[in-house]
Design a protein around this ligand. Structure first.
Ligand SMILES: [Ca+2]
Length: 192
C-alpha cells in the first residue's frame, strides 16, 4: 500500500528542518497543503516527513516518491532536493526541473541509475546502498528553499506519496530525475 500525505486536515506531523539544525512546524493552509515562509532565512530548509512515512519501505524498491511543490523565489539547482537517510547514510537526488510559484508535480524513481547519490562520498548510489537505506528509512526530506540568496523563501508542499512501481506511459520518463546539478554538489553540502 502506498503511504500518502494529502494534508486535508492538518500538517500530519511534518516538520521543517533549517540549515542551522533548528526545527519548525510548517503552516497548514485550509486549502489542504502545508507551507513555510522560512522564518530562519539565510540557508536551505527541508520538509521532513513524519515517522508514519518512514521505516521499512523496501516494498517500494523500484517504486516512486512523488509530491506537488511550489517555491518562490527560485534560482538554485541542487543535487540533493530529495534526501533519503538511514543510519550514517544519506542518499540525495536532484530534481530535473526547478519548481515555480505555481504548483508542479514531481515523481522520482527509487532505483539505481536515476541519479541517487551517496551524499557523503558523492558517488552514485549502488543498488545495495539504496535497498539498505530503503529497508530502514529514518528521514525523508524534500527541499523547500530554492534560492541561494539570503532572506526568506516561501514554499508549499502537497500530495506526498511513496508507492509501488506501476506501468507508466513513456512520457513519464520526462519527469524522472538525474543529478544534473552534481557539479555544485560541494557548494551545497558545505551549507549543511
Ligand atoms: Ca492536499
Amino acid at each position: 500500500m502506498p503511504v500518502i500525505s494529502e494534508f486535508n486536515n492538518g500538517i500530519e506531523g511534518w516538520k521543517i528542518q533549517h540549515f542551522d539544525g533548528s526545527i519548525e512546524t510548517p503552516t497548514f493552509n485550509s486549502d489542504g497543503y502545508i507551507q513555510s515562509l522560512d522564518s530562519v532565512g539565510g540557508g536551505l530548509y527541508f520538509y521532513q516527513a513524519p515517522d508514519r512515512l518512514l521505516g521499512d519501505l523496501s516494498e517500494f524498491w523500484q517504486g516512486y516518491i512523488g509530491f506537488d511543490l511550489a517555491a518562490d523565489p527560485v534560482d538554485a539547482m541542487s543535487p540533493a532536493d530529495i534526501i533519503l537517510g538511514s543510519d550514517g547514510v544519506n542518499l540525495g537526488l536532484g530534481l530535473s526541473f526547478m519548481p515555480s510559484s505555481e504548483w508542479q508535480s514531481y515523481k522520482v524513481k527509487i532505483d539505481v541509475n536515476v541519479g541517487w547519490r551517496n551524499l557523503e562520498t558523492g558517488a552514485q548510489a549502488t543498488e545495495q546502498e539504496i535497498f539498505s537505506v530503503l529497508s530502514e528509512v529514518k528521514s525523508l526530506q524534500i527541499r523547500g528553499d530554492w534560492s541561494s540568496q539570503s532572506g526568506t523563501d516561501a514554499s508549499r508542499l502537497d500530495n506526498v506519496f511513496v508507492s509501488e512501481s506501476v506501468p507508466e506511459p513513456g512520457s513519464a520518463l520526462a519527469i524522472l530525475l538525474f543529478a544534473s546539478g552534481y557539479c555544485i554538489y560541494s557548494k551545497w553540502v558545505s551549507r549543511w
